[in-house]
Structures are given as structure tokens and as C-alpha cells.
Design a protein around this ligand. Structure first.
Ligand code: NAG
Ligand code: NAG
Ligand code: NAG
Length: 574
């Protein structure tokens, strides 16, 4: 009894209170692609009022915060990643009043709204660019301009750099009589972050939306924000060739050593974090957050968290699994990639787990439809922040979009042979709400992208009624994440042979939880007793998928847990 009391006391000291922990450290984040979520006005494109209408669904599936792909005024050359007015809502999505209504309703439901922030460029229709092209003193250096070089009497761009969307990274502007730089589309001129006024102007945009009630930002394509500094004469170096790529228009033709991952990008993130801290002080309430998207090496990503003296992004997206796991990956590979993040993360930081987004092939297509629950289990049981792209909770898969119907600029700038490799349309199709017209997404006669042909089988309404649907398993996992063990417990990740991944979470005085995932099609029997010393003799099923013959609350011996092909379960100590 005395021993128990002492233990209880230590426990109370060891457990931080939730207020100290910060809401975002165990958050369930959800990415909404607004064009495809819910159309409220019948034009075939999703909008803000549609999102507002469906916020109770996010509550139902246990989401704490949702980030919206860009909703700002834009000519839509790159579906909103080309922003013309950084402080306004595009009419296709609604009005500023609609945004305010969305924030107010979200607040009632205790869901936080995070916005996409596109720092790498603006639209060429942005007022800043128009003034810059006209040479107006205040905006003259807001973008990256160069008069080019003359070779054999012919004017040429200043460097050989190639745009991510193919072709030259430089476009000639008649009015200014100079080339401007664009890492992406020619309609997306890059901002010149070496001009302190640009940094100030962008910080002001952040303040504007935080005051409107946004709880933070997902910052897009951070690695592309800076180019290498120009030399004393204002010139830049060419980038070296990538041997093996023969198409001189293709982005991979060159090694992007001067146009991505420049050290200044990290400092820019730190500067944006200062704004977040400043606004936390000004506005009070819960923490505001920064999520950063960068497909960069691990050692670079870890710097996004901060450098010891300066805070950075709370959530540098962890693409380890998304980028490296494929259909053939074994359990050792899963385990290794999970360890890569957990073991390299700076002390005191929070992990995050991402398997899908609006740029990547869907999980069910990449890894197989019978691994959808496995992925949802993995990212729910691991410590930290769980991030879901809309539709992954239902098991939506890629939708084939013909060349005629293709709208993604990254694909449209290529050709009929190449577009399938480049297009992101298949993962951006309308969300599947029901078996009604257009999957309940819209009452329009046609939608901006076709609705998947599987919508009568894969939709929210139907999956609500099926005990072990992807949706219901997802919901069970969200509930489980409220357990103290999953919020604060220790983590052990290991492979038992090539087929079985095991993730154990444990916390003194609480039940332990063990996710056991059979990645492949062999029948396996695993001995968790020897994998984890001092585990209880018997374990109980807490979550099962439809490959399992077990039911919730069944018991099993820890030393012989039977797994059928692709079976994925969560067990607990009893
Ligand atoms: C679609 O719904 C909108 C909003 O409720 C309505 O205004 C419109 O008339 C409807 N259109 C059709 C074709 O039913
Ligand atoms: C961390 O970053 C800040 C801001 O960029 C810089 O001033 C400081 O010197 C850096 N500290 C370390 C230890 O690198
Ligand atoms: C504003 C802008 O052009 N953003 C680009 C930045 O990077 C992403 C790639 O992740 C592009 O898709 C965006 O178009």
C-alpha cells in the first residue's frame, strides 16, 4: 500500500498537465482540399460554406484542426498556389464573411482552422507584381529581376535554371525590359526574400489572418523560397547537369543546388515563428502553429524545429514514410523509417506522421487497398501529431482522369504520353459523402474533376453503417488516442521478421497498447512476450480490421498472437 502511494505520487509529478502539453502536440490534423470537399452553391467546385456545413463531420471523426489548401484570390493558374490578393478570399470559395462564419462555427465545435500560406511567389496578377513590373520605387525589388545576358548578339536568360513545371525558370517582361524568376509557373513570379520589405509585407499577411481567427499556417514549398545569392556583378551560377536525364525541359535535367534548400530558408521560418509568438501574446488563447512542407534531407528538416536558441516550425512535415514506403516495403523498412524521425528529432520536440496529401498518390493506390487500415493504425498509435488528407479515412483511391479531363498545370504543361506521371488530379477528385448524385459533393450537372466511379461503395454514409469500414476503424482509433498512454506514453517500434511491424506504447500505471501489423500475405504467429519483456500473459483486442477473425475484447496469449494476411490490430494489456 505504501509502495503504491509513493508510486502514485511520482506519477503525478511526472505527468505534465494538458495545458502545458499544448493542444497541438497530440492533435489530429486533417487536410481539406477546398475545391473538392463540399460544393454549397452548385457550381461544381467546393467552397467555404460547404466546409462550414460539414464541420460536424470533422467533429464526428475526431479532428482537432484542419488546414485548408489555398482559398485566397487567385487566377487559378495553379489552383490557388498563385495568389493575387494575399488578404482576400477567392470568389470561387466565397467571401470574407463566409470565412468569418467558418471560423465562428469551427470555434463552437472546438476545431481549429489552419491556412495555407504560399510564400514562394505571388500571381503575376498580384498588385505587387504589377507595380514591380512598372518599376515603382517601393516595389521595384519585390521580385527577382535580371536583364539577362547577350550571347552572339542574342538575348538569353541569366542562368540555365529550369522551372519545376518544365522549361525556363525566367520569363521576359516587356514593360520592365527584364527577365523575372519563377521556380514554378510563369504566372507565379518568385518574391525576392533578400529584400527586407518583402519579409515585412509577408509577416503582415500572417498577422492579418491570425487576427481573423486562423490558428496558424501550413507553409508551402519552403525549399524553393531562396535562390543562391548573386555575385558582386548581380549574376548567378548555372546549375550542373543530372546525367541520365535527356529532356532539357524536364526539371530533373539539372541538379538544383542553387535554387533549393538554401540556408536562409530556415531563418525565414524562424522569422515567421516570431510572428506566431508575437500574435500569441497579442491575442491570447491556445497556441498558434506553423507547419512546414519541405521535401528535404532529414538533417535539414530537423533544423526547421529550431536551432536551440530560436524556435522554428512546430510541425515540419515528416515525409519519411510517405516518400520511402512502397508496395514492396517490408516491416524492417517501416521500422527503420519510423526510427529515423524519432531518433533524430531534437529533444523536447513533437513527432508528426504524414502518409498522404494533395500532391501524392493515395495510400490505397500506392500501398494497396488492403493496407489502408494498417496505415491508419500506424499513424494513430505513434506518438505526436497524426495528419490525414481528406478521403484517406474512407479509403478513397486514385481516380483515373483522361488527358482530355486533366486540369493540373503540372500535367497540362506536358503531353499525352507523360501526363500520368505528373498529374495530381487523381488524388484531388470530389470527396465522397454519399451514394447520391456526384457522391453528394455537388448538385451541379458536372464537377470540376469527375467523381470516382467507386462512390457508391466508398462514401461516408455507407461506411458509417459498416462495423469494420475504414471510416469506423479510423473513428475507433481517434477515440483511442484520448488514452493517456497514447498521449504521453513511451514508444517502442520494432519489426518481428520481415512481415510484422509492432508498435508498443506504455505509461506507468496505465494499460499498454500494442499495434501489430501483418504487412504481407503470410499467416504469422508472433511472440510478443519475448519481443517485449514483462508484458502481461494475456492481451485484449481493442481494434481489429476486417482481415481479422477476432472481435473487439477477445483475449489472446501474448506469446502466440496469430495474424492472418494483412491483419492489423491494436491490443492492450488487461
Ligand atoms: C443546387 O443547390 C443550390 C444551393 O442549394 C441551389 O441554389 C441550386 O438551385 C441547386 N441547383 C440545382 C440544379 O438543383
Ligand atoms: C539560431 O538562429 C538565429 C536566428 O536565425 C540566429 O541568430 C542564432 O545565431 C542561431 N543560433 C545558433 C546556435 O545557431
Ligand atoms: C505559390 C506557389 O507557386 N507555390 C508553389 C510552391 O510550391 C508548390 C510545390 O509544392 C507548388 O505546387 C506551388 O505552386
Amino acid at each position: 500500500m505504501v509502495k503504491f502511494l509513493v508510486l502514485g505520487c511520482l506519477l503525478a509529478l511526472a505527468l505534465p498537465t494538458l495545458a502545458e502539453v499544448g493542444w497541438w502536440k497530440t492533435a489530429q490534423l486533417y487536410q481539406i482540399y477546398p475545391r473538392s470537399y463540399k460544393d454549397s452553391d452548385g457550381d461544381g467546385v467546393g467552397d467555404l460554406n460547404g466546409i462550414t456545413e460539414q464541420l460536424p463531420y470533422l467533429k464526428e471523426i475526431g479532428i482537432t484542426a484542419t488546414w485548408l489548401s489555398p482559398i485566397f484570390t487567385s487566377p487559378m493558374a495553379d489552383f490557388g498556389y498563385d495568389v493575387a490578393d494575399l488578404k482576400n478570399i477567392d470568389p470561387i470559395f466565397g467571401t470574407m464573411e463566409d470565412f468569418e462564419k467558418l471560423v465562428a462555427r469551427a470555434k463552437e465545435l472546438d476545431i481549429k482552422i489552419i491556412l495555407d500560406f504560399v510564400p514562394n511567389h505571388t500571381s503575376d496578377e498580384c498588385d505587387w507584381f504589377i507595380r514591380s513590373a512598372a518599376g515603382e520605387e517601393e516595389y521595384k525589388d519585390f521580385y527577382v529581376w535580371h536583364t539577362g545576358k547577350v550571347v552572339n548578339g542574342i538575348r538569353q536568360p541569366p542562368t540555365n535554371w529550369i522551372s519545376v513545371f518544365r522549361g525556363q525558370m525566367w520569363t521576359w517582361n516587356e514593360q520592365r525590359q527584364a527577365y523575372y524568376l519563377h521556380q514554378f509557373h510563369a504566372k507565379q513570379p518568385d518574391l525576392n526574400y533578400r529584400n527586407p520589405q518583402v519579409v515585412e509585407a509577408m509577416k503582415d499577411v500572417l498577422r492579418f489572418w491570425l487576427r481573423k481567427g486562423a490558428y496558424g499556417f501550413r507553409i508551402d514549398a519552403v525549399p524553393h523560397v531562396f535562390e543562391v545569392s548573386a555575385d558582386a556583378d548581380g549574376n548567378w551560377p548555372d546549375e550542373p547537369r543530372n546525367e541520365g536525364v535527356d529532356d532539357p525541359e524536364d526539371y530533373s535535367y539539372l541538379q538544383h543546388i542553387y535554387t533549393t534548400n538554401q540556408p536562409e530558408t530556415i531563418e525565414l521560418v524562424y522569422a515567421f515563428r516570431d510572428v506566431i509568438e508575437e500574435m500569441d501574446r497579442e491575442l491570447g488563447g491556445d497556441d498558434r502553429i506553423l507547419l512546414t512542407e519541405a521535401y528535404s534531407p532529414l538533417e535539414v528538416l530537423m533544423q526547421y524545429y529550431g536551432n536551440g536558441t530560436h524556435l522554428g516550425s512546430q510541425i515540419p512535415f515528416n515525409f519519411e514514410l510517405l516518400a520511402n514506403i512502397n508496395y514492396y516495403s517490408d516491416a524492417y523498412h517501416y521500422s527503420e523509417l519510423i526510427h529515423n524521425w524519432l531518433d533524430n528529432m531534437p529533444e523536447g520536440q513533437t513527432a508528426n506522421w504524414v502518409f498522404g496529401n494533395h500532391d501524392q498518390s493515395r495510400i490505397g493506390t500506392r500501398l494497396g487497398a488492403d493496407r489502408i487500415d494498417s496505415v491508419n493504425i500506424i499513424k494513430s498509435i505513434l506518438p505526436g501529431i497524426d495528419i490525414t488528407y481528406q478521403g484517406e479515412e474512407l479509403g478513397m483511391t486514385n481516380v483515373f482522369i483522361s488527358w482530355e479531363d486533366t486540369v493540373d498545370p503540372q500535367a497540362c504543361q506536358s503531353n499525352e504520353e507523360e501526363f500520368e506521371r505528373l498529374t495530381r488530379d487523381p488524388v484531388r477528385t470530389p470527396f465522397q459523402w454519399s451514394d447520391e448524385q456526384n457522391a453528394g459533393f455537388s448538385n451541379a450537372s458536372s464537377t470540376w474533376l469527375p467523381v470516382s466511379s467507386d462512390y457508391k461503395l466508398v462514401n461516408v454514409k455507407r461506411e458509417r453503417g459498416i462495423a469494420l469500414s475504414h471510416l469506423n476503424i479510423f473513428k475507433q482509433l481517434r477515440t483511442l488516442r484520448d488514452e493517456p498512454t497514447l498521449k504521453q506514453g513511451d514508444t517502442t517500434v520494432t519489426a518481428i521478421g520481415p512481415n510484422v511491424l509492432v508498435i508498443k506504447r506504455s505509461l506507468a500505471g496505465q494499460k499498454s497498447y500494442i499495434a501489430v501489423i501483418n504487412i504481407n500475405d503470410d499467416v504469422e504467429t508472433v511472440d510478443l512476450d519475448s519481443a517485449f519483456t514483462s508484458i502481461s500473459t494475456q492481451l485484449q483486442y481493442v481494434v481489429v480490421n476486417d482481415k481479422s477473425v477476432r472481435r473487439k475484447n477477445d483475449l489472446t496469449f501474448a506469446n502466440s498472437v496469430l495474424l492472418l494476411p494483412k491483419e492489423a490490430v491494436v491490443l492492450s494489456t488487461v
